[in-house]
Design a binder for this molecule. Structure first.
Ligand code: ZN
Length: 424
């Protein structure tokens, strides 16, 4: 048994084992003079510190030293497996080039595809492991990882095998998603029937193989004008559902195209981006179980003056989550608390809303809200200890790294040198 004592605040996010909506997002469950008891893997009890200290006299103690103890952050949208970073495109955009223009000229995702195809599984594993360490250092304990820079059967499977190795080797909780429909590969774009052939390859070869080898839990599609149409997305996701996989969708990022409506219609677990979602899209999500995952870091990095309409979504009753979208082209940040800052300052969300969006609702966007995202009895002991005294400081010290230590399944995940007891 481990007893976490002397926290300035314990932020439980406790409540029903599903995504929170509307007024439920107003309270993230801040308690004081409280302690948390865990066994090797799960939270056993949360309550008054004095009482729990009497009840568990033999528990090992973690002194939280007046810091804030929270559920570990759940980053439900990343492209963390990639090769070369794409810093060159940042200056091209600054000089006026558009994201879709860069992609059409063979840069953007295509540059990452060329680079990834040339790398070995081992190389990609080493690169991704060090990048995931950085994510963990900011308080993240669950990370969704997508394929999507291979765009051939072998290279997509290579990415998913890297994800599996990462899940086996790292203390982080990793959820793999197959995103073979990230882009139409250049070789298919230049062939007359290439587009239809690639969709057919996804539907009849890649998805069945990914499902048979158990390499992914979700299938995702980049549904956007110029990439996959709503009808192509529908056929790809229908094949995924038939193969027993759950669904995600990159939807309405730059232009409204009916992506959110499609996600709701197909019962997707999440619809992500949504900076250009229509009123109909908002209504469709509000009436569905689909979580709307907002990625404000991406719009900031691309220099767009538009953000997803978080207030309209929340007020309509949509379940909203937040994530980093960590990727080499449009959101090269591993700093999840910075995304919370953007959510408060750009998306006008309250702190409680951002905390629940980054924990419980992130878990719901991965279909694991019954196990992860809360400090409550029976939940996995996925915890983060931040060097702040009030949870409102987490989005406040923007860009700063305040994570002191994290635990996943009750075991230390990220530990600062200070937390290890070795003071410099
Ligand atoms: Zn993405």
């Amino acid at each position: 048994m481990l007893l976490f004592a002397n926290a300035a605040q314990v932020v439980t996010c406790a409540g029903p084992p599903r995504a929170r909506r509307g007024p439920e997002l107003a309270d993230c469950g801040v308690i004081t003079a409280a302690a948390v008891v865990t066994d090797r893997e799960h939270v056993v009890e949360v309550g008054a510190q004095q009482e729990l200290e009497r009840k568990y006299p033999n528990a090992d103690r973690v002194d939280c030293a007046r810091r804030v103890l929270m559920p570990g952050l759940v980053d439900s949208h990343t492209h963390a497996i990639f090769g070369r970073p794409r810093y060159d495109e940042q200056e091209m955009r600054a000089a006026g080039a558009d994201y879709m223009e860069i992609a059409r000229s063979g840069g953007g995702i295509h540059a990452s595809v060329r680079d990834l195809r040339a790398r070995s599984e081992e190389e990609l594993y080493v690169l991704a492991a060090s990048r995931l360490d950085r994510l963990a250092a900011f308080g993240t304990t669950t990370v969704e990882v997508k394929s999507g820079y291979g765009l051939t059967v072998d290279d997509e499977l290579k990415m998913l095998r890297v994800a599996r190795r990462l899940a086996d080797a790292l203390p982080l909780r990793i959820v793999p998603t197959f995103l073979g429909a990230h882009e139409i590969p250049l070789e298919a774009r230049s062939a007359p029937a290439g587009r239809a052939d690639y969709v057919r390859l996804l539907v009849s070869d890649m998805i069945p193989r990914v499902a048979a080898e158990g390499l992914a839990q979700f299938v995702d599609v980049f549904c956007e004008p110029g990439v996959f149409t709503v009808e192509e997305s529908r056929s790809i996701l229908s094949a995924a559902r038939q193969a027993g996989l759950r669904l995600k969708l990159h939807a309405d990022e730059l232009r409204p195209s009916g992506g959110a409506e499609l996600a709701a219609q197909l019962g997707a677990t999440s619809a992500d981006h949504l900076a250009a979602i229509s009123h109909d899209g908002i209504r469709a999500l509000a009436a569905s179980e689909t979580v709307a995952t907002l990625l404000p870091g991406t719009m900031l990095f691309l220099g767009k003056d538009r953000q997803a309409p978080a207030r309209a979504l929340i007020e309509a009753g949509v379940a909203v989550a937040l994530a980093t979208d960590f990727n080499p082209g449009t959101s090269p940040t591993t700093n999840f608390p910075l995304i919370l800052t953007l959510a408060v300052s750009q998306l006008r969300m309250s702190v409680a809303e951002t905390i629940l969006a980054a924990t419980v609702n992130g878990a719901a966007a991965l279909g694991i809200a019954d196990r992860v995202g809360q400090i409550a009895p029976g939940y996995s002991a996925d915890l983060a200890l931040f060097d702040i005294e009030d949870v409102r400081e987490l989005p406040y010290w923007y860009g700063d790294r305040r994570c002191h230590a994290t635990w996943v399944r009750g075991r230390p995940c990220h530990v600062t040198t200070e937390a290890q007891g070795a003071r410099p």
